[in-house]
Write a protein that binds this ligand. Structure first.
Ligand SMILES: *[C@@H]1O[C@H](CO)[C@@H](O)[C@H](O)[C@H]1NC(C)=O
Ligand SMILES: *[C@@H]1O[C@H](CO)[C@@H](O)[C@H](O)[C@H]1NC(C)=O
Ligand SMILES: *[C@@H]1O[C@H](CO)[C@@H](O)[C@H](O)[C@H]1NC(C)=O
Ligand SMILES: *[C@@H]1O[C@H](CO)[C@@H](O)[C@H](O)[C@H]1NC(C)=O
Length: 406
């Protein structure tokens, strides 16, 4: 009977084969974090104390759902997207707090936040930047829901509504955007990489959340071979050689624009890599670790060193040199990247290593997540809270990665 069962299982289609929770945070990450916190080890304890001190992690947090979200006043006719990015940050933090503490008060509050949005939101409105909201807040929202899915009251009472919202609002927008169906996308490379990378990240996350292999495959295939800037070979446009050392570096699609958006691209590549990794797909390694090439290029330049620059044009803008605008930009992601490439894979990544040091100095010992290090889109888009990805002797040490960026 047992032999028959395992035979039958191997014949099942792949459709239901996702790991859960299987986005930025896995159950083994939670178990590890619990142990470190219980043993009062740092930096886990510092990150945990930060997490639990935030109003975004409080069981009394109340959501502010609206039926239509607009990202920016100058672009759209209204601006209320911070209601969503705050609530999504809170949902993620609270879900994480529940997972680690096992106190269901936090799961109930997180569930309630997601339920309120799933039953109130009817569309993401405004101009093209609605796709930023769909992508950036989309993957964050999916990460929050994914953490809650083994909380029975959530699974029974809330998950179906969240899945419906994912299908009706988010996933269809990711398809439309990445298939370049908007008139503004008639030049395929028109939109800077962060606009597409966040939609790739969210399509992946929504695919796992909704258990839909078609959506997952769409996102992963786009990342590998898509024709827009969210495909890795277009997000990291050129492989160049580091002066002196001769190591390979990857010039980013937004390098000639500014470093703040380039930093967001690096964050989003980290999200994509980590989400895929937790599903057994190694996008971190794809095309000779092209994500790492990009990370090393960014880190070297933003630590004050020179990098080669290949002239770039997408048919609309042209850059002949790297931009020094917002040089030195820091966003929380370096624990994740360092952890994957250096701690786990033992790959030499000197600039990423140095940049992690800079980031840790900036954040005071542990990279902060959404709600812990400032207000405004830049502190929420792509800023999933992060507790301790790096350091520690083995494997992935990340505990929470609250990411909210544009
Ligand atoms: C769970 O968290 C709630 C909200 O912070 C708190 O009031 C309650 O005492 C906690 N329960 C336990 C068993 O720690
Ligand atoms: C999976 O996603 C695709 C693309 O959005 C959709 O056509 C299909 O209906 C979805 N499948 C299920 C079971 O929801
Ligand atoms: C890897 O990148 C190079 C350009 O640097 C490109 O020619 C090649 O097609 C890429 N391979 C894959 C598998 O994406
Ligand atoms: C950063 O590097 C310096 C020099 O090696 C070291 O003294 C410092 O402790 C490091 N900071 C962190 C936060 O690791």
């Amino acid at each position: 009977m047992l032999a028959f069962l395992s035979f039958a299982i191997t014949l099942l289609p792949l459709a239901a084969s996702f790991m859960h929770p299987g986005l930025l945070v896995s159950d083994s990450d939670i178990t590890r974090a619990q142990g470190k916190i219980k043993a009062s080890q740092d930096p886990w304890t510092t990150s945990w104390d930060t997490l639990t001190s935030l109003s975004f992690s409080d069981a009394s947090y109340t959501p502010s759902p609206v039926s239509v979200i607009y990202r920016s006043a100058w672009y759209d006719n209204a601006e209320n997207a911070e209601l969503l990015w705050h609530d999504v940050a809170a949902a993620f933090n609270l879900a994480l707090r529940w997972k680690i503490s096992r106190n269901t008060s936090f799961a109930d509050t997180a569930s309630n936040i997601l339920y309120s949005w799933a039953t109130t939101l009817t569309s993401i409105g405004g101009g093209d930047d609605k796709y930023l909201t769909a992508g950036l807040q989309g993957y964050e929202l999916a990460n929050a829901a994914e953490l809650l899915r083994d909380y029975e009251p959530f699974a029974t009472n809330v998950l179906p509504a969240v899945v419906k919202m994912a299908n009706n609002i988010f996933i269809s927008m990711h398809y439309r955007w990445l298939n370049h169906e908007e008139p503004s996308e008639h030049i395929i490379l028109h939109f800077f990489a962060n606009w597409e990378l966040c939609n790739v990240a969210s399509a992946m996350a929504m695919g796992v959340l909704t258990d839909n292999q078609t959506v997952w495959n769409f996102a992963v295939n786009y990342f590998k071979t898509g024709d827009g800037t969210g495909a890795i070979n277009n997000a990291i446009t050129n492989i160049v050689q580091e002066p002196g050392r001769g190591a390979l570096l990857g010039q980013g699609q937004e390098s000639g624009r500014d470093q703040g958006h380039s930093a967001l691209d690096i964050q989003l590549l980290g999200v994509i890599g980590q989400q895929a990794w937790n599903q057994g797909e190694d996008l971190f390694a794809y095309n000779d670790s092209r994500i790492l090439r990009g990370t090393e290029y960014f880190a070297r330049y933003n630590l004050g060193n020179d990098v080669p620059f290949v002239p770039y044009t997408n048919g609309l803008v042209s850059f002949t040199e790297i931009s020094s605008a917002s040089r030195g930009a820091i966003r929380p992601t370096w624990e994740l990247l360092y952890n994957h490439y250096v701690t786990k894979k033992r790959i030499d990544a000197p600039w990423t290593t140095l940049f992690l040091n800079k980031s840790l100095e900036y954040y005071g010992g542990a990279e902060g997540g959404s709600g812990s290090w400032g207000e405004g889109a830049g502190h929420y888009d792509g800023s999933d809270l992060q507790i301790c990805f790096a350091r520690g002797k083995s494997h992935v040490n990340h505990l929470y990665y609250i990411y909210f960026g544009s």
